[in-house]
Write a protein that binds this ligand. Sequence first.
Ligand code: ADP
Length: 268
Amino acid sequence: MIEFEHTGFTYDGETFVLRDIGLSIPQGQFVCILGGNGSGKSTLAKHINALLVPDEGTVTILGHDTRDETATYLIRSNAGMVFQNPDDQLVASLIENDVAFGPENLGVPTDKLRERVTLSLDEVGLQGFEKHETNALSGGQKQRVAIAGVLAMNPRILILDEASAMLDPRGRRGLMRVCKELNERGMTIVMITHFMEEAGLADRVVVLDGGTIALDGTPDEVLVQTEKLDHLNLDVPFACELSRELQKRGVPVSTHVDDQSLEEELCQ
Ligand code: ADP
């Protein structure tokens, strides 16, 4: 459903900030993209909803080449994006108007609009918040309203570009829980994050370095590569450091968070 093939991109016509990217993300996968500052994460994310199109190779979303301008509308409405600063994304002072903004622009009839708003707010754990003011919300709640605004357009892909960066740990956990639940219901999630502990909850972790894919695998496979991650200035979570030490001593351990209680605690 998301296919990068030999994808290259340059902003200035000289320096390639994405180089020969090969990445295939099937429907329903939860992928975390990690990488240092300037490694190309945002640029890659913007290719998924055709905000940027490649200079080399191709990007195909839901079977459509992103350079095909007749498919741009379909791609954008199916690949919703949530950005870092919640305050930049909310357009209306009343939550219901904010969430309705996207589908209204898509031409969803008024009688269906309220239904979509209510459903989307339910999906992000903000039931009954329709009449609340957006500026009275916490950062985490604002991000969830931003996600609700995207969900109201019925997308199949949700892209989060450092959406948790400005949130406190509680807000981050709330956001992660919402993403996990959406993913369990079949939504493809592409989450760019600085927080390596979030990567432990994904199906797959892709690490970018200098516009190329440096690591790609399950959290089990990627997060144990602590030396490489250190080298890329990515903070290895304490749990991974511990796991590496234990493995050195011959103790079999898994870094994947499949333990129900730990997952519940992380997701509260
Ligand atoms: P990341 O999200 O990993 O921090 P970006 O995709 O934002 O990385 O940036 C990758 C490279 O592209 C960096 O060198 C950055 O300076 C450059 N870049 C990003 N946005 C622009 C832009 N709008 N114009 C020119 N260069 C840009």
